[in-house]
Design a binder for this molecule. Structure first.
Ligand code: AAO
Length: 452
C-alpha cells in the first residue's frame, strides 16, 4: 500500500490525548465534525500495564483492544461514530517495544506477562539484548544503541524478525479491520526505517502513517530517513515557534518551515505541543500559556506548511499525573474546562480549522510585517490573517486582503454559522482592502468560507 498523506481538504488532526472511547465518539459528533477537523488521533488502545500514570498506554502487554479508555466494542463504536461525523481516526500504535516492568505482572485485561515474555505473543527470543548495562540506551549518538537497546527499560522488539513484523502487522490489521484510517508510530526512531517499511508492506490496505522521530542536533538518526514510509513529526516546529513567540520577532516567520531547515512540508506533521513536549521539553507553548498559545495555533492553522495537529490535554500539575480516573482505574468521561483543557474547542483554534480547510492549496500572498511582532498575510484569494503580538494595539490601519468585496466573519472572535457571525464583521471593499483595530496579543482572520 502507498503512503497516504491525509487527502482532501480536511487535514487538521485533533489529538484527544487519553480521552476514553465514548467521549471521543461524542466529541466527533458534537465538535470535531461540525468544526471541520479531518482526523482525531487517539491514545494507544491495546492492553497495557496496570498503574495510574498517563504513560501506562505506552507499555503494551497484549494486542487486545481493551484498555483503561474502553473495550473493543466501545472502540469500534467510536470509529463508526467518528466516520459518520466525517472524521477519520488515527491510532497511536506502540510497536517498538512491550512493557518496562522488570517483574512482569497482570495487564489491564487480565493477561499475565513478564518483562520478556508475553504468552502467546512474544517470548525471550523476540527481544533485543544490546549488551549495555540494563540493556539501556546510554547515547543517542550511537545508532546501534538507539535501535537495539531499551528506551527507558521498555523490552525492545526485534523488528528485523519476520515473526515480530507479522505479529505487529497483525495488530495493525486488526485495527484496520475495525475501520481505523491511520497510525502514529510511536518511538519510530528506535526502529530502522527499513523495518517500518517491511511492517507497512504487510498491511492489508493503505493507511495514513506518521512517524515519531524527534530531531536531535548531531544525532546520527534523522527524521529525513523516514520520509519514504509516510509523514514524520517535525519537533523543531513547535520548539522554534515557541522561541519566536517568547523571545524573538514574529517577523521572522516569513519563511517558517523548509526555510528554517524543517522537513519538506509535504511529509511534515506539525504541532505547537504534543503530550511529550508539553511535559518534557522546556519552553514549548502549552495550554498554560493561554492567549499566546491560542495565537501560536492561529498561526499554525493559517500557515500552509505541514499537516497540523491540535493538542487537547487534561490539566496536570505533575509530569507523571494520569488523566482523571474512577475507582477502578478507568479514564472518566471528558468534561471540558473541568480537569480537561479541550484546547481544540477554544474559539479561535476551533474556528481556524475552517480557515485551514477553506484556504487549502492557496499560497501565501501579501506578507506584511512591521519588522517586529505584527504580521499579516493572505492565502491567495481565499483568506487573510493578521497577528499582533505587540504589547500595544494596532489601530486605524488598513490591510490588503485581496479577497472579493463583502462582509466576512472575524473567525478569531466569532463563529460563523447559519449565515451569520457571532463576533465582529469585517468589510472588504471593492479594491480588496479592509480596516481593523487589533488589540495587543490578538489576531483577526477572515476567509471565503465564512462570508456573510
Ligand atoms: C515510564 C517511566 C520510566 C520507566 C518506564 C518503564 O517514566 O522511568 O523506565 O516507564 O517502566 C512514555 C513516557 C515515559 C514512560 C514510557 C513508558 O514519556 O516516561 O516511561 O511512556 O510508559 C525519546 C524517544 C521518543 C519518546 C521519548 C519520551 O526517542 O520516542 O523519548 N517518545 C514516545 C512517546 C512517549 C513514550 C514513549 C515513546 C515510549 O511519545 O510518551 O514514553 O513508548 C532527545 C532525543 C529523543 C528522546 C528524548 C527523550 O530529545 O532526541 O529521541 O525521545 O531525548 O529522551 C531537545 C533536543 C532533543 C531531545 C529533547 C528532549 O528538544 O533537541 O534531541 O530536547 O530532551
Amino acid at each position: 500500500p502507498a503512503a497516504a498523506a491525509p487527502a482532501g481538504t480536511k487535514k487538521v488532526i485533533a489529538n484527544l490525548f487519553e480521552w476514553n472511547w465514548p467521549s471521543v465518539a461524542s466529541e466527533c459528533q458534537s465538535t470535531l465534525g461540525p468544526k471541520g477537523y479531518g482526523y482525531v488521533q487517539v491514545s494507544p488502545p491495546q492492553e497495557h500495564v496496570r498503574r495510574s500514570e498517563w504513560w501506562v498506554a505506552y507499555q503494551p502487554v497484549s494486542y487486545r483492544i481493551e484498555s483503561r479508555k474502553g473495550t473493543r466494542a466501545q472502540f469500534k463504536s467510536m470509529v463508526d461514530t467518528c466516520h459518520a461525523a466525517g472524521v477519520k481516526v488515527i491510532v497511536d500504535a506502540v510497536i517498538n517495544h512491550m512493557s518496562g516492568q522488570d517483574n512482569g505482572g497482570t495487564g489491564w485485561a487480565g493477561s499475565s506477562y513478564g518483562h520478556y515474555n508475553y504468552p502467546g505473543i512474544y517470548s525471550a527470543s523476540d527481544f533485543h539484548y544490546c549488551g549495555t548495562s540494563g540493556n539501556e540506551i546510554t547515547s543517542y549518538g550511537d545508532r546501534y544503541q538507539v535501535q537495539n537497546c531499551e528506551l527507558v527499560n521498555l523490552s525492545d522488539l526485534k523488528t528485523e524478525s519476520d515473526y515480530v513484523r507479522t505479529r505487529i502487522a497483525g495488530y495493525m490489521n486488526d485495527l484496520l479491520s475495525l475501520g481505523v484510517d491511520g497510525f502514529r508510530l510511536d518511538a519510530s526512531k528506535h526502529m530502522p526505517a527499513g523495518d517500518i517499511a517491511a511492517i507497512k508492506s504487510k498491511l492489508s490496505r493503505s493507511a495514513y502513517i506518521v512517524q515519531e522521530v524527534i530531531y536531535g542536533a548531531g544525532e546520527p538518526i534523522t527524521p529525513n530517513e523516514y520520509t519514504g514510509n509516510g509523514d514524520v513529526h517535525e519537533f523543531r516546529y513547535g520548539k522554534d515557534l515557541a522561541r519566536v513567540f517568547r523571545s524573538e520577532k514574529l517577523a521572522y516567520l516569513r519563511n517558517f518551515g523548509e526555510g528554517w531547515g524543517h522537513l519538506p512540508g509535504s511529509v511534515s506533521s506539525v504541532f505547537v505541543d504534543n503530550h511529550d513536549t508539553q511535559r518534557d521539553f522546556g519552553g514549548v507553548l502549552t495550554y498554560k500559556d493561554r492567549g499566546i498559545y491560542a495565537l501560536a495555533n492561529v498561526f499554525m492553522l493559517a500557515w500552509p506548511y505541514g499537516s497540523p495537529s491540535v493538542m487537547s490535554s487534561y490539566t496536570f500539575s505533575q509530569r507523571d499525573q494520569g488523566p482523571p480516573q474512577d475507582g477502578s482505574g478507568k479514564t472518566v468521561n471528558t468534561t471540558c474546562y473541568s480537569g480537561w483543557e479541550c484546547e481544540h474547542r477554544w474559539g479561535a483554534i476551533a474556528n481556524m480549522v475552517g480557515f485551514r480547510n477553506a484556504t487549502e492549496g492557496a499560497g501565501v500572498v501579501n506578507w506584511y510585517d512591521n519588522g517586529n511582532n505584527h504580521i499579516a498575510f493572505g492565502r491567495s484569494g481565499k483568506g487573510f490573517v493578521t497577528v499582533n503580538d505587540e504589547d500595544y494595539a494596532i489601530n486605524g490601519r488598513s490591510y490588503y486582503a485581496g479577497l472579493p468585496a463583502g462582509r466576512y466573519c472575524d473567525v478569531v472572535h466569532g463563529t460563523f454559522s447559519g449565515g451569520s457571525c457571532s463576533g465582529p464583521v469585517i468589510t472588504v471593499d471593492g479594491n480588496g482592502w479592509f480596516a481593523a483595530n487589533i488589540p495587543a496579543h490578538d489576531a483577526v482572520a477572515i476567509h471565503v468560507g465564512a462570508r456573510l
